[in-house]
Design a protein around this ligand. Structure first.
Ligand SMILES: Cc1cc2nc3c(=O)[nH]c(=O)nc-3n(C[C@H](O)[C@H](O)[C@H](O)COP(=O)(O)OP(=O)(O)OC[C@H]3O[C@@H](n4cnc5c(N)ncnc54)[C@H](O)[C@@H]3O)c2cc1C
Length: 413
């Protein structure tokens, strides 16, 4: 049979949807139907909720379902990071225990990677897991953990061997968040939102069967997760028209509203390039030569970044290994966020800092100004992206390091 093209896949999804869609279903029942049909992740193996299709089929299936007024897959760490990591590296037992309920959105996940002393230098983390029979006992502190306050499960990297060298002593676990050894403390951000947390682990337990990959494989598996994170497209929160009705839509609307509570400031952290022109017109700044140049730079960088993202997506969908596009794209987003912040400041002046009172702009601009710094930190800082590009793409010598060749317990700290 000749390979399917995008149109064939869209037609197949349409045909399936016509029979399967029932707006009276509960959201979870609908999503189970979707997952079991293979159209939630058609690029996966048909043994595991897929249809053995190329990676682009996921995008085509999700877009087709949305265009027909249906509900597609959930957003967040579960679908975006946990599920593909379990699929790539997990045992059959883990896949059968966790994939379906993660793809349906029944299980909410968070990522417990960063620590107060280990962000860019993630492999230097100190949270420790010690084996106790068929369980591991975990102690330590994690930080900046988005969505940990409502997560059911965590993807966790912990040190299981202090005698091994830094990167070899780590293992990767799936840990339940609803247990007495896990304390989640929300962090109040300077934009007044509270989307991430500190997480304190005091004798938290994880079954041995919940190790992803083998003992000591933690760094390899975590790199896989980070590659998915770098390629997480800015999937927007689904919106449903007023005319769309039914139980599944109502529950999907509520799910989107809950998701938005955590992620509502994410567009602002990207700088809101979409508001720049309208604001300049509103504030009669379109004839200001400085502002005009700033706007031109924002728009051209933004368009360039869109094309780079397209290139990255096309390469990924053709099954090519991740190249430089992920890091270049991420750097471009940081640059756009900074330029937007400067341009909004030029347009609004000091009033842009105000959220209320006479002459204040609405609080979107103030939120942009305090949120854009996060863009160049989350998912790996700009400096780290520069290092990745320098070493992996340009072939520059590796950064000097003093802690890779000795047992981690002997590394000075
Ligand atoms: C919005 C947001 C959401 C996040 N969500 C999560 C989450 O869900 N789970 C999670 O585990 N973490 C999360 N993080 C944490 C994020 O991964 C870390 O903040 C990031 O990796 C940077 O680590 P750090 O904050 O410890 O900074 P550091 O690593 O301490 O860096 C401080 C500064 O030093 C620079 N620097 C460090 N090393 C080098 C080097 N080798 N060469 C040059 N410069 C260097 C950095 O670029 C930076 O400017 C989130 C962060 C943000 C902002």
């Amino acid at each position: 049979m000749p390979p399917l093209n995008e149109q064939d896949v869209a037609n197949q999804v349409r045909k399936w949807f016509k029979d399967a869609w029932d707006p009276g279903l509960a959201l979870v029942t609908w999503r189970r139907r979707l997952v079991d049909s293979g159209w939630a992740v058609p690029s996966w193996s048909s043994d595991w909720f897929g249809r053995d299709l190329p990676a682009w089929a996921n995008r085509v299936a999700h877009n087709t379902i949305r265009s027909l007024g249906g509900v597609a897959v959930p957003l967040g760490v579960g679908f975006g990071l946990a599920a593909p990591t379990i699929y790539d590296h997990g045992s059959d037992e883990l896949m059968s225990n966790y994939l379906r309920s993660t793809l349906t959105g029944e299980l909410l996940w968070c990522q417990l990677f960063s620590e107060p002393g280990a962000g860019s230098d993630l492999a230097g983390l100190k949270t420790t897991a010690v084996r106790d029979g068929d369980h591991w006992i975990v102690n330590g502190q994690k930080v900046w953990n988005t969505s940990a306050h409502h997560a059911d499960m965590a993807i966790l990297v912990a040190r299981t061997d202090w005698e091994a060298v830094k990167h070899a002593g780590l293992s990767y676990f799936l840990m339940g968040m609803h247990q007495s050894g896990v304390e989640v403390r929300p962090i109040k951000q300077m934009n007044y939102h509270s989307s991430f947390n500190e997480v304190f682990l005091s004798d938290a337990t994880v079954p041995d069967a919940n190790m992803v990959g083998r003992l000591g494989d933690g760094w390899k598996v975590a790199r896989g997760t980070l590659a998915h994170e770098r390629h997480l497209s800015g999937r927007s929160i689904p919106r449903f028209d007023d005319g769309q009705n039914g139980r599944v839509i109502d529950e999907a609307r509520a799910e989107s509203a809950e998701h938005a509570k955590t992620y509502v400031w994410y567009p602002q952290r990207q700088g809101r390039a979409d508001l720049v022109m309208a604001r300049a017109q509103q504030k009669a700044q379109t004839q200001n030569p400085i502002v005009r140049q700033q706007i031109a730079k924002v728009m051209s960088t933004h368009r360039n970044a869109e094309l780079t993202a397209e290139r990255a997506r096309a390469a990924r969908e053709l099954g090519k290994p991740p190249g430089s596009e992920g890091s270049i794209g991420k750097l471009a987003l940081s640059e756009i966020a900074r330029r937007c912040s400067d341009t909004h400041t030029s347009i609004s002046g000091a009033y842009g800092m105000l959220t209320q009172g006479p002459g204040a702009d609405d609080d979107v601009i103030a939120e942009v100004l305090v949120s854009t710094p996060a863009q160049s930190i989350a998912g790996g800082t700009d400096e780290i992206q520069h290092n990745i590009l320098g070493e992996n793409i340009l072939g520059l010598p590796r950064e000097p390091s003093v802690d890779r060749a000795v047992p981690f317990k002997d590394v000075g700290r």
